[in-house]
Structure formats: structure tokens, C-alpha cells
Design a protein around this ligand. Structure first.
Ligand SMILES: NC(=O)c1ccc[n+]([C@@H]2O[C@H](COP(=O)([O-])OP(=O)(O)OC[C@H]3O[C@@H](n4cnc5c(N)ncnc54)[C@H](O)[C@@H]3O)[C@@H](O)[C@H]2O)c1
Ligand SMILES: O=P(O)(O)OC[C@H](O)CO
Length: 395
């Protein structure tokens, strides 16, 4: 079991605004000792973004009275080349030496390899793992989380089931029986880790007070978080931009230049909006102008991992697989764009929408080797009926 955070010399917390202490604005934390009103936060995931999220949260947990100091972080345990366990090294050095080397997470971050132990006391659960692992994680957590817990998903991805697409926030809500908000945005983790200014968007369903609690937990002077009442819109932006990033990487790998890449971003954003609105009529146009929308498309297409690996794929003429390039280039970090392109393609084929989304469809066909990387522009030029569909999908 992971050690408890050493509270012998607790840091002095900053005073908070009156509203924070108002019982209406603080998530109910039940009866857990003397600090009943304080929220306990657990981060489920500890990759590149998971570690940065833990750092942001840990700094706020120390400052704000409404949170317990200790932040648990569930770590998918692995042995390092040194022969030590990753959790032991994180707890000794305060650094995730594999996924975020060189950055101190905060002494109040406790790495825990036991997922059930990590979540059992938390009333605020932050999910941030690659999306392909979430079904298994949810299965393990059924009946293990507090009934009054609130969740937030930072995961950019979705699952496709027999019944249709299932957003990760929905998977969490349905499997664990708890409400789940989302946080997405133009957030390249390594930049936020060194405290360069970024914005993010919290998508919430109907409880603004819960959204404010999440905003408070994540916001720092260099991380500005805005709440938006559109969970599906925010989550679909974060999910679909990874497919656009793969397309942008192909363009870079083929040396096609900035105009072509800008065209891909524009067409990609249109397809993101049209697809989101076809799936959920509640999705708002304005969400695409938040950090989770246009800003994330831009940053991902300029500096993300999906772009980088897709560039290498195109440079190799599609002869080396994404799996091989991912393993070689990302050292354990995971791409989301290739599997998301496949999942989107399944939805498109199942619903007869393939022709309406030429960019999304072409990205998948290139990823699986049915088309060459150069097809990204040849096929994206064909946009039959997309505008018409967008018009009919508009509010
Ligand atoms: N890295 C970023 O810049 C960034 C920014 C914003 C959002 N995101 C999103 O956040 C999510 C998580 O990304 P990340 O960068 O933290 O992860 P990552 O890409 O660094 O992935 C590695 C993580 O996966 C874990 N893992 C490996 N095998 C596993 C298994 N079988 N079961 C469970 N976990 C396993 C590893 O232990 C490690 O913690 C993704 O949806 C991503 O799109 C990432
Ligand atoms: O590195 P990527 O491509 O997974 O993108 C990272 C973030 O999602 C950018 O906001």
C-alpha cells in the first residue's frame, strides 16, 4: 500500500472566497473525520497528461481549504529499467520519471498501484488514462467508488458499442452510477508542466456548482478554465480533433505546406461540428470556439503526438505501422487518433454517413493501408452534401 502524505508540517492554506465554503457549492463529502467538509481527490491515471493534471490539482489542494491536502494518483504499475517499481520511484522522488521526467508533482501526490484503494475515499474522481483502457478500468471499479462521488474525464476518445458510440464520460456515469463532467482543451501536457499559459474548457451537464468546483480544482495563474454547459460538445471536440491531427501529420510528412494544413484544420473542424451535431442535437455551435474546439485543433495539428507520429507514417510512405512508430517514438505514451479514426469510421459506415465525412473516412483508410497518405488531400476535396447536412443539423 502507498504511504500516506506526511502531514507533520502542513502548508498554510490560502483563504478562499465565501462561496467556496457555502454548503451549496461544495460537493458533499460525507462523514470522514474532522475535515468533513473537505473534498478528497483521486486521479485515475498517471501518463503524460495524468501527471500534469495531478500537479495542477496538488498545488490547489494545498492552497484551498475545501480540499484535503493529499491527492491520490492511481498508477498502472510497471518495472523501470533500474529494477524499481514506478510507484516507488514516484513516491521517493516526487517525479513521474517515465511519463513526465524532470517535473516535481508536489509532495502531496501519492502514487498508488492499487486502484480500489486509490478511489475508495475520494469524492472527486479525475479520470485521465488512454481511452482504450477505460472499459477495463470501469469494470474493476463497479461498486468500489463512493455513491456520492463526482467524476470528471480528461480522456479524449470514445468507445463504439453495438448500440452506437459511447462517450467515455457516459461509460463512467453508466458503469459507476455517478455524474461525470469533462475537461478538454488546447493542452499539450509538456507545456503546462513547465507552466506556460493555457486555457481549458469544463463541460458540465446541469449542475453549475459542480462545474465551479472543478474549475477551482484545476485553475492556476497559468491554466485558465471556463465552464460550458455542453458535455457532449466539449468531449466530442477533444475526441475528434485527434483524427484531424493525424490528417495534419500526413500533410506535414508529405511537405505540403501551411496552406494545405490550414485547409485540413478547417475541413476537420467542420466535420467535427457536423458529426457532433448529428450524434447529439444538443451540441452548441459556440462550444467549437472554446479552447476545446478551434484552439485544440490548432495546437494538436502544430505540436501534438498524433501529428508527430502521423508525419513519420507519411514520410515512410505508410510502410511502417502506427503501432511500430508509436512504440519507437513515444516510449510508452499512447496515441488516441488512430483508434478514434477507426471508431468514427465504424459509426459512419453503420449509419451510411461515409460520404458526408470525407476527411474522417480518408484518415482511417490511410491508417489501415487501404489508401496512400497522399489521399488525404485528393479525398478531402470531395465534400458532397456536407454543407447541406450542417445546415440541417444547425439549431
Ligand atoms: N499528453 C497530452 O498532452 C494530453 C493532453 C490532453 C489530453 N490528453 C488525453 O489524456 C488521456 C491520457 O493521456 P496521457 O498523456 O496521460 O497518457 P499517455 O499517453 O502518457 O499513456 C500512458 C499511460 O497509459 C498507462 N497504461 C499503459 N498500459 C495500460 C493498461 N493496460 N491499463 C491502464 N493503463 C495503462 C501507462 O501506465 C501510462 O500511465 C488521453 O485520452 C489523451 O488524449 C493528453
Ligand atoms: O499529443 P496529442 O496529439 O495526444 O494531443 C495532446 C492534447 O490533446 C492537445 O490538446
Amino acid at each position: 500500500m502507498a504511504p500516506a502524505f506526511d502531514k507533520q508540517s502542513p502548508p498554510v492554506k490560502e483563504a478562499e472566497t465565501a462561496t467556496t465554503h457555502n454548503s451549496n457549492t461544495v460537493i458533499n463529502v460525507g462523514n470522514h473525520g474532522g475535515d468533513d467538509y473537505k473534498s478528497r481527490v483521486t486521479v485515475v491515471g498517471s501518463g503524460n497528461w495524468g501527471s500534469v493534471a495531478a500537479k495542477l490539482i496538488a498545488s490547489n489542494a494545498l492552497k484551498l481549504n475545501s480540499f484535503h491536502d493529499e491527492v491520490r494518483m492511481w498508477v498502472f504499475e510497471e518495472m523501470l529499467p533500474s529494477g524499481e517499481k514506478l510507484t516507488e520511484v514516484i513516491n521517493r522522488t516526487n517525479e513521474n520519471v517515465k511519463y513526465l521526467p524532470g517535473i516535481k508533482l508536489g509532495k502531496n501526490v501519492i502514487a498508488d498501484p492499487d486502484i480500489e484503494n486509490a478511489v475508495k475515499d475520494a469524492n472527486m474522481l479525475v479520470f485521465v488514462t488512454p481511452h482504450q483502457f477505460m472499459e477495463g478500468i470501469c469494470r474493476r471499479l463497479v461498486g468500489k467508488v463512493r455513491g456520492d462521488a463526482e467524476a470528471i474525464s480528461l480522456i479524449k476518445g470514445m468507445e463504439v458499442k453495438m448500440e452506437g458510440p459511447c462517450m467515455i464520460s457516459n461509460l463512467i456515469s453508466e458503469q459507476l452510477g455517478i455524474n461525470c463532467s469533462v475537461l478538454m482543451g488546447a493542452n499539450i501536457a509538456n507545456e503546462i508542466a513547465v507552466e506556460k499559459f493555457s486555457e481549458a474548457t469544463v463541460g458540465y451537464r446541469d449542475n453549475r456548482e459542480i462545474a465551479e468546483q472543478w474549475v477551482q480544482l484545476f485553475s492556476t495563474s497559468y491554466f485558465m478554465v471556463t465552464p460550458v454547459q455542453d458535455v457532449e460538445g466539449v468531449e466530442l471536440c477533444g475526441t475528434l480533433k485527434n483524427v484531424v491531427a493525424i490528417a495534419a501529420g500526413f500533410v506535414d510528412g508529405l511537405d505540403m505546406g501551411n496552406n494545405t494544413k490550414a485547409a485540413i484544420m478547417r475541413i476537420g473542424l467542420r466535420e467535427m461540428r457536423a458529426f457532433s451535431k448529428l450524434l447529439f442535437s444538443s451540441v452548441r455551435d459556440s462550444t467549437f470556439f472554446e479552447s476545446c474546439g478551434v484552439a485544440d485543433v490548432i495546437t494538436t495539428c502544430l505540436g501534438g503526438r498524433n501529428r508527430k507520429v502521423a508525419e513519420a507514417f507519411a514520410k515512410n510512405g505508410g510502410k511502417r505501422s502506427f503501432d511500430e512508430l508509436e512504440a519507437e517514438m513515444l516510449q510508452g505514451q499512447k496515441l488516441q487518433g488512430v483508434s478514434t479514426a477507426r471508431e468514427v469510421y465504424e459509426v459512419l459506415s453503420h449509419r451510411g454517413w461515409l460520404e458526408l465525412f470525407p476527411l474522417f473516412a480518408t484518415v482511417h483508410e490511410i491508417c489501415v493501408g487501404r489508401l496512400p497518405p497522399s489521399a488525404i488531400v485528393e479525398y478531402s476535396e470531395k465534400k458532397p452534401r456536407l454543407s447541406m447536412m450542417e445546415d440541417s443539423a444547425r439549431h
